[in-house]
Design a protein around this ligand. Structure first.
Ligand code: HEC
Length: 452
């Protein structure tokens, strides 16, 4: 339907198009592959995917004209998980099966990014990495080529498709509907100054006089968010450190100086759930839920980064959906394995490694890494047992680390654990250490689990 509309719009556009635009619908002599190479890859991909760059090494993919075709078509991806799923970089099967078996298509198909990030936590980043996505016309052209079996010669896609230079735009931020059985929290809207990182907290008191169980979390955030996190307070939190309800507490003042009181309450935080994604919907497996004791208090935490010269607006919704207590068999808990011992020398790439062993059997339901902008890889391996050394989590994108749901849960036996390895590229001229700003670094693996 959208596609038909696109083609129609395109026809109209072409009809009104003068001589000045070199749209060589009839006179195009190049093959479809030739156009992809020269007009798309050369402009948007080759900068990184060139022999000798760290990007080419990381992806084992070179897209310069001499080798691009032989590196793509009928070749297995470097990404091990994708390879194990049987995808090719570009499949020559053609038609829809060919498209669906082509990892390249997944990597560039920005309009389908909710699916890409939501369902394929191991697929890495969208391409071009960190750049504007391909235009809708370029995507339609690539798609037609793959559907035609990705031939090296011949014209199989209409070059007129490339006239469409529109880009996918993210759907607008929407409030979440209130849960039927549960509660909704709403933070903001609040301003984020130009060229500023605003991170704030707000305490909300649930005032529940019975314990409750949560089976599902939903989060929706206005764009520009670095993260949204929900914390509770440790039992030992002194009464005088408990913030007043519903007030906004900034982490830093407008000059960028830390607000001491806010930092101090962070010491009593216990994370519950978090997302770095604009939309997040998490369900525990059947029979598993998180217990909220009586008189529950939460701290809502939102972090926005505004790198523009105009003020922007931050806003977030969080829904907690309650479970029927009679149906809860296991209580879900959260762990946060944090390495505070971070020293990253200036101008160097450094890999930090930490090992964590669990004293009891853990059924792990979800994993998510947290690091800041210098992180280039965050990898978690199992330690001990038959699967020793198996990579169970990997992230390349600090801003959008995969939230990996494990269904069935990953069972880690007593004495076994995780080896967590994070690689950072410290391009600055100063040493980086643990800290709360995106210029500082973190190395945390969060997970939900339950025990027997
Ligand atoms: C800024 C650098 C950069 C740009 C630009 C870039 N890439 Fe990548 N690409 C990477 C990195 C790094 C990886 C490995 C991490 C990942 O898969 O997310 C990668 C991985 C890939 C992979 C997966 C390779 C494999 O076998 O696992 C494909 C396919 C790919 N890129 C295609 C493209 C295309 C097509 C473009 C242009 C539209 C592009 N890339 C632009 C850096 C880049």
């Amino acid at each position: 339907m959208t596609r038909d509309f696109l083609l129609l719009a395109l026809g109209l556009f072409l009809a009104s198009c003068g001589e000045d635009r070199p749209v060589l619908v009839k006179n195009e002599l190049r093959s479809t592959w030739g156009i992809i190479q020269e007009d798309i890859f050369a402009a948007r991909c080759v900068g990184c995917h060139t022999t000798g760059t760290s990007f080419a090494e990381q992806s084992a993919l070179v897209l310069t004209a001499d080798v691009a075709y032989s590196q793509l078509v009928g070749q297995a991806p470097a990404n091990e998980v994708v390879k194990a799923e049987g995808l090719m970089r570009v499949s020559d099967q053609g038609q829809l099966p060919g498209l669906l078996r082509s990892y390249l298509w997944e990597k560039v198909n920005a309009p389908d990014q909710e699916h890409f990030f939501g369902d394929h936590p191991y697929y890495g980043a969208l391409m071009p990495l960190g750049g504007q996505p391909l235009s809708n016309g370029e995507l339609a052209f690539l798609r037609a080529w793959i559907e035609a079996g990705a031939p090296e010669t011949g014209a199989v896609a209409d070059p007129a498709l490339l006239v469409d230079e529109s880009y996918y735009e993210r759907p607008e931020f929407k409030p979440l509907p209130k849960p039927e059985n549960g509660i909704q929290f709403h933070l903001g809207p609040f301003d984020v100054q130009p060229n500023f990182e605003r991170e704030l907290f707000s305490m909300v008191a649930l005032d529940n006089d019975e314990e409750l169980f949560v089976e599902r979390f939903e989060i929706s955030m206005q764009s520009g968010s670095h993260h949204f996190l929900l914390y509770s307070f440790q039992d030992e939190t002194p009464a005088e450190r408990m913030p007043a309800p519903n007030e906004i507490r900034d982490l830093r003042d407008e000059q960028g100086v830390y607000v001491f009181d806010t930092v101090r309450t962070m010491l009593y935080h216990q994370p519950i759930v978090g997302s770095q994604w604009p939309f997040f919907d998490f369900n525990f497996p059947a029979g598993v839920a998180m217990r909220l004791p009586k008189g529950m208090r939460f701290d809502l935490n939102s972090h926005y980064i505004n790198r523009t010269d105009e003020p922007t607006v931050g806003e977030a919704y969080l829904n907690l959906h309650y479970a029927d207590p009679a149906e809860v068999q296991h209580e879900a808990k959260i762990f946060g394995l944090s390495n505070f011992d971070i020293a990253l020398p200036a101008g160097k790439v450094t890999t930090l490694s930490e090992q964590y062993r669990f004293p009891e059997r853990m059924h792990i339901i979800q994993l998510m890494s947290h690091a800041h902008e210098h992180m280039t890889e965050f990898r978690v391996e199992l330690m001990g047992g038959d699967r020793d050394g198996e990579v169970v989590y990997i992230a390349y994108d600090w801003e959008h680390p995969p939230i990996l749901e494990l269904d069935p849960p990953l069972v880690v036996e007593p004495g076994q654990g995780f080896k967590v390895e994070a690689t950072y590229d410290n391009w600055t001229d100063r040493e980086l250490n643990f800290g709360f700003l995106s210029e500082d670094e973190m190395m945390i693996l969060y997970g939900f689990f339950y025990t027997d």
